[in-house]
Design a protein around this ligand. Sequence first.
Ligand SMILES: [Zn+2]
Length: 141
Amino acid sequence: MSRPQKYRHVQCTPDALYFKPRAVPLCNLEELALTFDELEAMRLADLEGLYQKNAAARMQISRQTFGNIVKTARRIVADALVNGKAIRIEGGVCSVAKKEGFICDDCSHTWVGDAINDICPKCKSGSLARTREPITKPKMP
Ligand SMILES: [Zn+2]
């Protein structure tokens, strides 16, 4: 009895998708796969410090599913760190939140964000429009 897997909502995708121990040739390395939903679960639980209930809600999955995902993710990362294995981040049953561009009607401030917070981060105006340009990930300073 297997149900089709539910999409897991992922808010953040990493820039770096491959991690390996330094100075070990790839051919001598064992590689582990970490899926985007596993990484997201760890991000919410361990970086943002959310309770499992809230983290599960963010990913739009049950708390039990979240618990399983985060447990798997931690085991993979621990295995890589302890045993010197590489991690490739890929795949998973995920829907990635689209970032959208906004422009403030009042102060003309533009920014990229989720469509959830619909106020201008600069002047707190609620009068916004979506920008039409394709959105690229903001560069790190
Ligand atoms: Zn504004």
